[in-house]
Write a protein that binds this ligand. Sequence first.
Ligand code: FAD
Length: 355
Amino acid sequence: MPELYEGINCRCRSNGLTLAVELARRHILARIIDKRDSSSTLSRALGITSRSLELLSPLGVSRQLIEEGIAIQEARIYQGTRLVMRMPLHSCSSYFPTILGLPKDRIEMVPSATLSAMGVQVEYQLELLQFNKEGNQVVAELSNGENETFDYIVGAGGIHSAVRECANIAYPGFDLKEKWSIADVENWPYSKTFTLTQMKPGLVAVSVPIRENRFRFVSSCENALEAFPLPLKIHKVRSEGVFKVSVRQAESYSKGRIHLVGDAAHCCIPVGGRGMNLGIADAVELAKRMAGNPLDGYSEFRQREDKKVIAITERGRKIVTAKTLVARMEFNTVLVAAKYSPFVKRRLSRFVVEC
Ligand SMILES: Cc1cc2nc3c(=O)[nH]c(=O)nc-3n(C[C@H](O)[C@H](O)[C@H](O)COP(=O)(O)OP(=O)(O)OC[C@H]3O[C@@H](n4cnc5c(N)ncnc54)[C@H](O)[C@@H]3O)c2cc1C
């Protein structure tokens, strides 16, 4: 049983959980609260990159994720119903050769079980209301009336993080005007394949396998399934919904004894499948620093890394969703370059698999 160090609090789900397991592995037991009723059965993120698996490997959770997930072998790009490119998803240099499809609720269950085995439980139905600095510590006000003193507070509360707001850290960026949609379905023909289709100028939809016979559709319009141009053989729609997309990054990930990880620190479009993966990298880096390395450079380092990836996903979004002739030409140029240049294809594939 690891020694208990009082006073490190983090809020979770996936990114907070990663941080908590990383800390527990280093004998620092965090208090973890979540205002939800219980662990989520809903799932947003689904693609876990090779880099994340590598980072999670010392925590002892990667093997189980690999056993449960679907190793996605190929990307197919369509324009309307015309297949314009097939790209093997493969990296020779990474921990795991491809990206893994697995719903986020399952991704969370594995570290959650590991954490429980280390003696830490997530406290559900408990909300952080606000906090105040007191000397070298922070006093948190919780929804059950407790006022508890901590050495650090980590905000892993997602886009609307109360920690970020209470610390007065700006979250500049923008919200896309249009609503996007998501649907989880059972069965459609192309297993182990990531499919991206540009339905018409400005509209994009993707499908990703997340379990045996289960697929996730995400689209930049309000009805992902209706708008998908390829023939679908769907046995069951398990869930559907619409959501808004924001592209933002906190002006700093740290302020005194307050630190941010995951969506509390940044958010980007879901089609690139990067949000949760960047959050995992934030959490692992922060844990490493909290356990003895200087915390000072955490914000600058992770901000810089996340910014690069967000910029690439934004560039991709603009190319595939823009309606202008110039953007369409740019999309076609990328496709032709990837089709005929093994170098470009390899780079694209490595970005999807590794980042
Ligand atoms: C449709 C869709 C598809 C996506 N697909 C992918 C993908 O394939 N790959 C990928 O990497 N990313 C993807 N993303 C992004 C990914 O889902 C997010 O980046 C990730 O879920 C962020 O995790 P988080 O733990 O930081 O925040 P969240 O998952 O938002 O969790 C925040 C938690 O904090 C709790 N909380 C909030 N405020 C408080 C408070 N005051 N007190 C206590 N608890 C609080 C909440 O209850 C919640 O449980 C997708 C996003 C969407 C919308």
